[in-house]
Design a protein around this ligand. Structure first.
Ligand code: HEM
Length: 446
């Protein structure tokens, strides 16, 4: 595929036939940038991988339709959709998530119900000394998506939760590690996922009231039946399973792990936690959980969440894109079917966008009037362009509500006698996920 392409981005040649093994961390990428610059390409087997470590170039590229596909390798094809299916599913989901089409207050209601239970469950661990974060945090976040999708929820001690989560994890694991031998396993897990979701769809079909949709499944089935215009021609039960699947795979572990990061950072930066708690105490009556009506006055909390997302760069290597045709970028020729990685972990630490980038400083996301700055050049925790996270507003609302409620009621710290809380991520390629076994001292704030 290189033939005839004259001006490819530079990059290491690697071993003959095999090429270069993809980079798994920012530390591996830094010396390559030193040698080849912020746009470089490697060849892994027969696959070209383009790394974009410059925010402006990434923004230019990823906003183009030519960069909007996900790779069509065997395992990726099972997990991601492309072309018109992707476009129609995305439009449908955006209507319901980014624009919070279900109604902000309905979504807030769903989240609140889970958060109330979560606060009660956290109270139990405050009595038992240093502990890991309770499992209820995973269940609450899973329930929020289930409620949104199919008005379903689990009790915190329901044994089915672990089973369901392990399926989502197996799917994620298989495409994160891009290992082809796992393909048959991945197909099996996806079929099991379909079997699990199908009874919910059958039930929704039976009880569907077109004038009174309850959740996303209802909305999808109504739009599918109405087929208002050609946009709906792809709507099918099969695609509804896919839409559901996208939400669980993309929206569950991401929010869960980011919540863990937030609590780790709060334990590490006690003075920031204290400042947020003071603000909450000033703005929110003690017998009321913080809600969206308090959000403007809790700007420092949103700024802190942004700064944690920047500082930890959880999805540090972004999520693979794929070029749909030969395309020019920054003067280089990028061949069709090149895998593209926009390296968020580099732009989040780029001093051109973030002064003293290693410092943890929530104030960088507040303007001179103390108003929250939701985004800026260089900031890309939710990706950029055509495939940017479509759950972004939903996730931001979720992180705000959960963090506000937890900090109103609890103080997080390293276990007594231990020094500073470690910010080291779990040992995992491509992602900076927090360590799951991290212990906390969690104190109830009377
Ligand atoms: C802190 C939480 C979250 C983070 C950090 C996050 C981050 C991301 C990133 C980096 C991407 C890839 C963007 C790209 O390729 O440019 C993505 C895609 C996606 N996210 Fe999120 N996400 C979060 C929560 C959620 C939630 C709660 C939902 C849904 C309820 C969601 C749904 C999706 C979907 C469906 C995609 C695929 C979009 C597409 O391919 O068109 N995400 N997310």
């Amino acid at each position: 595929i290189f033939k005839g392409k004259e001006n490819l981005p530079p990059g290491p040649n690697g071993i003959p036939f095999f090429g270069t093994f993809p980079y798994a961390s920012i530390e591996e990428i830094l010396p390559v940038i030193q040698k080849y610059g912020k746009i470089f390409m490697i060849k892994t087997g027969v696959v070209n991988i383009l790394y974009i470590c410059d925010f402006k170039t990434a923004k230019e590229a990823l906003s183009k339709l030519e960069f909007a596909d996900r790779p069509t390798w065997k395992t990726m094809r099972i997990v991601f959709s492309n072309g018109t299916h992707w476009l129609h599913n995305r439009r449908f989901l955006l209507r319901h998530l980014r624009d919070l089409g279900m109604g902000k207050s309905k979504i807030e209601g769903i989240m609140r119900r889970e958060i109330e239970d979560l606060v009660e469950d956290f109270k139990k661990v405050t009595k038992i000394g240093p502990s890991s974060l309770p499992f209820s945090i995973n269940v609450a976040i899973l329930n929020i998506i289930w409620q949104l999708v199919a008005s379903h929820r689990y009790d915190f001690d329901d044994k089915q939760v672990e089973q369901f989560m392990s399926k989502i994890r197996e799917i994620q694991d298989a495409f994160i590690t891009i290992s082809i031998p796992k393909e048959s396993k991945l197909r099996r897990v996806c079929r099991e996922f379909e079997d699990l979701v199908q009874p919910f769809i059958d039930n929704h079909l039976k009880t569907l009231d077109p004038n009174n949709p309850n959740d996303l499944m209802d909305d999808y089935l109504i739009e599918m039946k109405e087929k208002k215009n050609q946009d709906y021609s792809h709507f099918s039960i099969k695609d509804l399973v896919r839409v559901t699947f996208d939400l669980f795979v993309a929206g569950n572990d991401t929010s869960g792990n980011m919540t863990r990061w937030i609590l780790i950072y709060m334990s590490r930066f006690q003075e920031i936690q204290e400042k947020i708690q003071k603000e909450i105490d000033r703005v929110v009556p003690r017998d009321t959980l913080p809600g969206l009506q308090h959000r403007n006055e809790l700007a420092f909390l949103d700024a802190t969440i942004n700064e944690i997302q920047r500082h930890c760069s959880m999805i540090s290597m972004g999520v693979f894109r794929y070029t749909t045709k030969d395309v020019k970028l920054a003067g280089y020729d990028i061949p069709k079917e090149t895998a593209v990685i926009s390296v968020a972990g580099i732009s989040h630490k780029d001093p051109r966008y973030f002064k003293d980038p290693e410092a943890f400083d929530p104030f960088r996301f507040l303007d001179e009037n103390g108003k929250f700055i939701p985004t800026c050049e260089g900031f890309q925790p939710f990706g950029i362009g055509k495939r940017q996270c479509l759950g972004e507003n939903f996730a931001r609302m979720e992180l705000y509500l959960i963090t506000a409620a937890l900090l109103q009621n609890f103080t997080f710290a390293p276990p007594d006698g231990e020094g500073k809380m470690s910010l080291a991520p779990a040992d995992m390629a491509n992602f900076n996920f927090p360590k799951e076994d991290q212990k906390f001292s969690i104190k109830y704030r009377n």
